[in-house]
Ligand binder design. Sequence first.
Ligand SMILES: N[C@@H](CCC(=O)N[C@@H](CS)C(=O)NCC(=O)O)C(=O)O
Length: 214
Amino acid sequence: MALTFYFGSGSPFAWKVWLVLEHKEIPYTAKRLSFDQEEHRSPEFLKINPRGKVPAIVDDGFALYESNAICEYLEEKYPQNPLLPKDAQDRALVRRLVGEADDSLYKVGSTLMDKVLYVPAEERDQQQIAEAKEAVLAELAYWNGYLNGDFLAGPLTLADFAVYPYLRMPVRVDERVPGLGVKTVDMPVAVAAWMERIEALPYFGKTIPPHWKE
Ligand SMILES: N[C@@H](CCC(=O)N[C@@H](CS)C(=O)NCC(=O)O)C(=O)O
């Protein structure tokens, strides 16, 4: 039985899993759930994830949600094109970066998104936006400091796929409402070059949130 991948367009958690599926060349069927139509709250999907959140997968009848659990499961079940190093300390570094991204980077990116994209233009609070942008730039300094090779933990790992979608959020804000988000030119040089390396991966284009292309 094939693997089914449930995602919502633009979900950074789903994007992470999508990159892993593609990198590992795992055959899958992607099912896009519409947030607007509340498909993530349908009785069928709630059987897969009772919390009604994406991403989720069903692999050979095994339903799993929570993006990090899914990525680790895929890594173990499909060992080709590995994304976790063998050495215990190297693995710990990858997991630390994933945890740190969830804990810190996602929060500042989603705060900026909330303040700009989910508030009508006339109600946007410029002070709050400036603070949110400042918080993103402060966070970027950490990630810039971590990069001393092509990828975050040496070779390409789960850490890169966990971090990229979060870093893309403030750039997306800038694309949608120019001047209010973090432009590519605001990115520290090493972070911008790293983003370009991820974007140059042969399968990257396939994983771009579909509604960005519509
Ligand atoms: N910790 C979860 C977060 C999943 C999550 O929050 N997904 C959002 C999309 S970005 C969602 O499905 N939200 C729908 C809702 O809460 O109603 C993971 O890593 O998979």
